[in-house]
Design a protein. Structure first.
Length: 328
């Protein structure tokens, strides 16, 4: 925990002078560091966003883990294992970044396990065929990178630095997913149909990863002002669509949207209205796999109780040995 020495505003202490000085630092593109003064709401927003992001990385291991035992070759299995392991690492960097804001990892994790904390809606969908492992890498990691490249320039130093490393790894993830899709799309008619099926099911949930439309986004305005977010949800979604459509064309697959069309005037793709009720329903816990994901995380936590107990006993023993040496 890095909470000692935090210079925080107490409720009601955010004087106009302090807020103005803080905003000036943000506007000057200075990074805010853990011991710097920051408004309470800035700290709270970051803890919320970074911890949700960390939870997403941790829960996000589950849909792909479903395919580790059934990956078609040893090489694919090794690559998938390495990718899933990276996601665990991303979760750990992000929990560490959130800890620098004074929140304990234990509390964040308990909030995930109790269902109080959110994680990305995308991970509440099932991965039904091997091409889904490809679609997750191509589309889910692809959407994650679009969002996270922008977050490399976020105003909070530890979050921004964590993102630089995470983006490097995510780009390998996106490549490995696209590589699976290339193989499947150029395989037998059955394999191509699996690739199309995976795209059909993953496309809309991937677009929902960017969050509600700007008009319904509760946090965007303030987060953009504080440069926590650099682009709005809709802007990032559009960038993702523009980058991904040519990739689907190269695969010879069809994006499941009859209104998808390049608009010469705007130089962007037009697309159908997203079914927002589906996003809000999944966020509320009613997606196809919400219960399954929470059960899996809770089981992993319970199964790991002996490891935590052993680590605590070992730490206590080390501490006692140190004290004994000091006394001697
Ligand atoms: N799912 O006002 P906004 C990955 C919530 S990492 C669930 O627009 P904000 C890597 C939002 O939290 C994927 N909840 O919120 C990987 C808020 O709720 P609250 C995760 C959502 O924060 C790949 C409320 O709705 N990436 O995939 C979603 O300004 C493969 C109102 O929304 C990040 O977390 C959603 N899709 O913008 C791992 C990136 N959308 O807190 C394994 C960092 C919105 O008021 C395998 N986060 N909500 O109760 C962000 O950039 C932002 O938090 C947004 C949402 C853009 C997600």
């Amino acid at each position: 925990m890095y909470s000692q020495g935090l210079r925080d505003s107490k409720a009601g202490d955010d004087s106009p002078e302090l807020l103005e000085a803080f905003q000036k630092r943000i506007d000057a593109e200075e990074k805010i560091e853990p011991r710097d003064w920051m408004p309470q709401a800035y700290r709270k927003t970051l803890i919320r966003q970074i911890s949700q992001h960390a939870h997403s990385e941790i829960v996000g291991q589950l849909p792909e883990a479903n395919w580790v035992t059934r990956a078609p070759t040893l090489k694919r299995k090794l690559i998938l294992l390495a990718k899933i392991q990276d996601e665990a690492g991303h979760g750990l960097y992000l929990y560490s970044a959130a800890e620098t804001l004074g929140e304990s990892r234990h509390k964040m994790y308990q909030d995930l396990l109790s269902g109080k904390a959110k994680y990305s809606s995308i991970f509440n969908y099932p991965t039904l065929n091997w091409a889904d492992a490809g679609a997750v890498g191509w589309l889910v990691d692809g959407a994650a990178i679009m969002n996270q490249v922008a977050l490399c320039r976020t105003s909070y130093g530890p979050y921004s630095r964590a993102m630089v490393r995470i983006c490097k790894e995510e780009s390998f993830h996106q490549r490995q997913g696209y590589d699976i899709m290339i193989k499947m799309a150029n395989g037998t008619p059955e394999q191509k149909a699996m690739a199309q099926d995976a795209l059909d099911r993953t496309w809309w949930p991937s677009l929902m990863m960017f969050g509600p439309s700007d008009k319904d986004s509760t946090h965007s305005n303030q987060s953009m002002k504080w440069k926590i977010k650099r682009f709005s949800n809709d802007d990032l979604r559009q960038k993702f669509i523009d980058a991904t459509v040519p990739q689907a064309e190269y695969l010879g697959l069809t994006i499941p949207d009859k209104n998808l069309k390049y608009n010469e005037k705007t130089r962007h793709y037009d697309f159908s209205e997203i079914i927002w009720d589906e996003l809000f329903d999944v966020i509320k816990g009613n997606g196809p796999c919400n219960q399954q994901r929470m059960d899996a995380r809770n089981k992993a936590y319970d199964d790991g109780a002996w490891v935590r107990a052993a680590a605590a006993t070992y730490a206590e023993k080390q501490q006692n040995n140190k004290q004994d040496k000091e006394v001697a």
